[in-house]
Design a protein around this ligand. Sequence first.
Ligand SMILES: [Zn+2]
Length: 370
Amino acid sequence: MLARPLLIGSEIYRRSTYGPRHPLAIPRVSTALDLIWALKAVEPARYIDSPRASLDELARFHDRDYLAALALAERDRKQLTDELRRRYHIGINGNPIFPEILSRPSTAAGGTLKGLALLHEAGGGIVHNVGGGTHHGRPDRASGFCYLNDPVLGMLDLLERGYSRILYVDLDAHHADGVQDALSHDPRVLIVSVHEAGRWPYSGTLGDRGQGQARNIPVPPGFNDDEMDFILDEALLPLAERFRPEILILQLGADALAEDPLSKQELSNGSLWRAVAALKRVAPRVLALGGGGYNPWSVARAWAGNWLVLNDLAIPERLPAEAETVLRALHWDHSKGREPPEHWFTTLADTPRPGVIRDAVRLAVADVLA
Ligand SMILES: [Zn+2]
């Protein structure tokens, strides 16, 4: 049993970007980690520099010819023909070719595999791989800014180790389609995704159970804190209680927050943190991951808070100067980033965003429990 949570990160996330006009032009993992250090919420002994997954490890899920194309794109992008780009959806469809196109996602995957190995060896505990959560990745192509699929690679590894009750919970604004399609046939896995209805990738609709083991909770635009709390209490916790997971993998995309530019959900980070606090108790082993999140301030504040919650540490009312400096150094080339409000620099917690629990949410909850 790990005495205290472990944090996995890498400097590769600081150095690399998807290019200046992409939603992932912004630093996310590096800013969250800088905040965590500035808050003195981790010590060197609990920080792990993420290994990279090997090609053999990646090939448990991904096709070797696709991995070879990613390696080629990283080595010399000019050699990647239009035909290969089209076949593997790289250099098109929002999946740019960038200098770390293989090494960065394989670091995210390596971190997830490392985290699970540590939890397995210790027999229990909490690990947070902030760069993980690439839930759209497909065996043979990139999708939705995801080149690989670290949650699927992680769950395949757990299945090989003999686990038979693996719970995956995904709070990202987008449906966990890559995970559902890869693993929802397997009764040893339960895949629960809360995401915005009517948004890309348009799957995970009401009643969609994939190949049996998926539970989808599509929520309407404007999704608020009270609705998230309702889903937590009435669906996520009861599903977990029934399934009695040996291990929980928690995808904590921060794009359902009100200030995110890629969704119409209206959550405050407090509702994500309440979910983290409650869900970390449903299994003896917990691997928390990152995911989406396209406003550099809201994603960094949410993810730093996730780590505090995983450690049972209080959220500070006002950030210490060192943490404020991290947030003031950010730039965001987006209309919402031109005049960032002062509280994005000085606080971690958003103003709560309560609201009415709408019928669509009640219906979705009833559906997954049926
Ligand atoms: Zn997302």
